[in-house]
Design a protein around this ligand. Structure first.
Ligand SMILES: Cc1cc2nc3c(=O)[nH]c(=O)nc-3n(C[C@H](O)[C@H](O)[C@H](O)COP(=O)(O)O)c2cc1C
Length: 327
């Protein structure tokens, strides 16, 4: 969305800015760390990473932190449009390296709000229960990859069986690596069932993992799952960019936000799977053997269908606006 920032542009009132930021904060984030800070100066909204929320053991460079901020940046733009406004975004402005993006919200002409899109934002969640056996068709995966490309990220669906098998092996290798690193395990555990408005509630982590199926990164939770009767139809999309840097991470985060909402609109479920990327050796192997070094892998997402009629999951918590937005 482009918007000419001329004096005739109608400026969004503060109440609209607050609503937009609140909606942006519904975005997914690694371990629900919500590592973003917003600052409104009366004209633009600046997005910064909250570096105190970086996962120092598993994400020392802040890749997942920045991807999470990118997802929130996408949700801000999506919400802007859904409320009938327009936005212009400057990514990674050169004058201040603490700012990931600046967003100008205004409008030249009135657009009707799209309440269904606000509902979509509110309904999106990470549903880690096993997908049904019906795989997402190739054309729908390709459409999701095109959405990522429109947000300037590279994306490839792993549809080839041999590549998929290699990816599964690498994912398992990364989990073993994670298990052997007490610092990472402790850090991950500390984000489960935390008090306050952050982290992943136990009720959102599937119970009793089935040894016949791929392992998951989290210890078992209390979410009832029907793993033994539903077989996996998981498909995987690799998201990335030409380089492994802050600007690329931000773009991949925006692409993640966009893919997730469009997948959800079509009834699909999306679950990021980042541990094979967090371990540098498996990330490198994915780039080499799965992507044939066409781009840097920065995030993996599993895409599938949830069983129709399953109970809706409770939303994971969010920090209050006053903790993340300043003026
Ligand atoms: C960069 C990133 C990495 C993530 N990695 C994982 C992961 O490896 N496994 C997982 O189950 N969820 C993963 N998630 C999903 C988060 O745990 C989830 O977004 C967060 O707990 C908030 O919950 P919600 O998506 O339901 O709002 C990731 C999300 C992001 C943005």
């Amino acid at each position: 969305m482009t918007m000419r920032a001329t004096p005739s542009t109608e400026t969004a009132p503060v109440a609209v800015i607050e609503r937009l930021v609140e909606l942006a904060c519904l975005a997914p984030s690694v371990h629900n760390t919500q590592p973003w800070l917003w600052e409104y100066d009366g004209r633009t909204i600046a997005l910064r990473a909250d570096l105190k929320r970086r996962l120092t053991a598993s994400d020392p460079r802040g890749r997942n932190l920045t991807i999470s901020c990118g997802a929130a940046l996408h949700h801000l733009q999506f919400a802007t449009r859904a409320l009938g406004w327009e936005s212009v975004v400057e990514h990674v402005p050169p004058d201040d390296d603490s700012v990931l993006a600046r967003v100008l919200v205004g409008r030249h002409a009135h657009h009707p709000p799209v309440p269904a899109d606000i509902e979509l934002l509110r309904a999106r969640c990470t549903d880690r229960r096993r997908f049904t056996a019906w795989p997402v068709p190739d054309d729908q995966l390709a459409a999701l990859c095109r959405i990522a490309a429109a947000w300037s990220a590279d994306a490839v669906a792993v549809t080839d069986n041999a590549a998929r098998f290699r990816l599964e092996l690498l994912a398992n290798r990364a989990l073993t690596f994670l298990d052997l690193d007490p610092g990472r395990v402790e850090e991950q555990d500390s984000w489960i069932d935390r008090s306050g408005d952050e982290g992943i509630p136990q009720e959102l982590l599937p119970d009793d993992p089935d040894p016949l199926h791929p392992r998951t990164r989290f210890r078992p939770g209390v979410l009832e799952d029907t793993r033994l009767v539903i077989h996996s139809g998981d498909r995987v999309i690799v998201l990335g960019a030409a380089s492994d840097d802050v600007g690329s991470w931000l773009r991949v985060g925006e692409a993640l936000g966009a893919i997730w909402l469009e997948a959800a609109r079509a009834g699909m479920s999306v679950v990021p799977m980042t541990q094979p990327i967090e371990v540098e050796s498996t990330r490198h192997e994915i780039g080499r053997t799965v992507l044939a070094s066409t781009f840097e892998p920065l995030l993996l997402v599993r895409v599938g269908w949830q069983v129709i009629g399953r109970r809706a999951l409770p939303r994971s918590p969010r920090r209050p606006l006053k903790e993340v937005l300043s003026y």
